[in-house]
Design a protein around this ligand. Structure first.
Ligand code: 5GP
Length: 198
């Protein structure tokens, strides 16, 4: 299969705990030519998360002010608790400069971007199976039981959205999934076996 034409903007979505964050980190490490949007969020940082790198950690008041001022390309309440949103200006600047940009956001956000930027490319990161998704969600151990149930309920709904997307990438192996994602973005994967397998 030939490499698709370069995408201006690619949106990566998928159910909770499917590994979107891990794939994004892998993109950050191995494909520095891709610009990763840094979302604003009202949730607290987890250990190891750096403000301005993984997220812009902001207060609810600051988040609301950004949303109100139209500074967010999209935003959503995720898992019924915290607000997450994509700052608009950095995305517009990268697109204007022709830099491939990637947003890793939830399904609600992806739908908003589809409405406002229909030319974007939409990629669904899928788990190898529901059992594997459940295992990853429990295995991560960063949420309590109630939060985990809430995330599983969200994940069931999110899995059903797969047909809305342009491409589905199965996260069976992080490096492989990352290489397939950048291939879908129109870049040349570092692992030529990915292109060869498709
Ligand atoms: P986490 O709290 O585990 O970092 O992320 C929770 C969820 O929020 C993930 O599904 C992630 O994709 C989503 N998310 C992160 N940033 C954004 C954003 O800017 N907008 C939207 N809509 N969702 C986001």
């Amino acid at each position: 299969m030939s490499t698709p034409p370069p995408a201006r903007l690619t949106v990566l979505a998928g159910p909770t705990a499917v590994g979107k964050g891990t794939v994004s980190s892998d993109v950050r490490e191995r494909y520095p030519e891709v610009w990763l949007s840094v979302s604003a969020t009202t949730r607290r940082p987890r250990p190891g998360e750096v403000d301005g790198v993984h997220y812009h950690f902001v207060t609810a008041e600051r988040f609301d002010a950004m949303a109100e001022a139209g500074e967010l390309l999209e935003w959503a309440v995720v898992h019924g608790v915290n607000r997450y949103g994509t700052p608009r200006r950095p995305v517009e600047e990268r697109l204007a400069a022709g830099v491939p940009a990637l947003l890793e956001i939830d399904l609600q956000g992806a739908r908003q971007v589809r409405a406002s930027m229909p030319g974007a490319r939409f990629v669904f990161l899928a788990p190898p199976s529901w059992e594997e998704l459940e295992r990853r969600l429990v295995g991560r151990g960063t949420e309590d039981a109630e939060e985990r149930e809430r995330r599983l309920a969200t994940a069931r709904v999110e899995l059903a959205a797969e047909p809305e997307f342009d491409h589905v990438v199965v996260n069976d192996d992080v490096h492989r999934a990352t290489d397939e994602l950048v291939h879908v973005m129109g870049l040349v994967p570092h692992d030529p076996a990915v292109a060869g397998r498709r």
